[in-house]
Design a binder for this molecule. Sequence first.
Ligand code: CP3
Length: 344
Amino acid sequence: MAETKKLLRALAGEVQDVPPIWMMRQAGRYLPEYRATRAQAGDFLSLCYNPELAAEVTLQPIRRYGFDAAILFADILLVPQALGADLWFVTGEGPRLSTITQQSDFDALKPVDAIHETLSPVYETVRILSRELPSETTLIGFAGAPWTVATYMIAGRGTPDQGPAHALREENTALFEALLDRITAATIEYLSMQIEAGAEVVKIFDSWAGSLKGDDFRKYAVEPCRIITQAIKARHPDIPVIGFPREAGDGYVGFAKATGVDCVALDNSVSPEWGAAHVQVDGCVQGNLASKHMVTGGQALIDETRHIVEAFSKGPHIFNLGHGITPDADPENVQLMIDTVRSR
Ligand code: CP3
């Protein structure tokens, strides 16, 4: 049977007049219905581990806007927690974790096999979603890339320059690499379980890839993504993989070939013309409207949306933002973006 889902068609390389659309963080604090369900759950992590409520917030933006894809509601930091790190969220500040600075911290982590004990509610969320999503909507599973996840595990929080992770990489390379290997192995198992539960595509978020330069980018961004993608493809040959080495700049060039991903997500630090010439030549791309337009709206949103659709119109493209939508976004601007893409 010919594939009917727009997102899967783009990932298979089909050029479409109107590209499929979804948004990073589409279930989030800019939506009043999300805030209400989160309050019902109590806090963010309780929401992540409550399959019924996590499925509900995943479905909210699908009901409101009819996006072509739903992304599982969870967080990249659930994997460190499943490996035994302490994890909590400080309101208004972000995540906090126990740190990894020495061998004994690493030795206290759990083995990869143990992760499913913590993560099984996430697989249940995926099962609910694969039953409840409209037949035209693609379900995307995800995980953080090993480098990005490691930056949080090492520092115990988000950091502007990933300084603690770079310091460990230089001062104790063996420990740093052992940590990356553990996260890589856990990520393969986690994504495989999401696929077995019904995820149709998986995305690997390397939000801090841009701070790895030269050979470090190859060793710690490209190589783990290649290992994960190859392992997923060996087990699930028909499942497309989206890679997002955010702010990779020139590192975007050749990333699909080097890793085997089916699609490269572009942030908005690169122009769509550059992305079309240097990245879309190798296959599907996703992106890359600046999230600020979801706050400011107006003619600038319309013009930039049209510009991006036009620039990527000669190859396979999935319309998305360059990074997650922010809590101060206006839900009406999201509708304006969708109408602009679909009225093409
Ligand atoms: O895209 C989606 O809608 C799916 C769900 C999703 C979340 N986080 C929910 C979330 C996804 C794919 C993520 C990925 C994620 N999480 C990344 C990679 C992508 C990126 O944004 O760079 C990272 C680095 C994290 C870690 C994380 N989670 C941070 C740093 C924070 C705090 C910052 C913030 O925006 O508050 C989170 C919290 C988080 N994850 C929220 C959501 C909806 C907000 C939590 C809340 O409701 O208070």
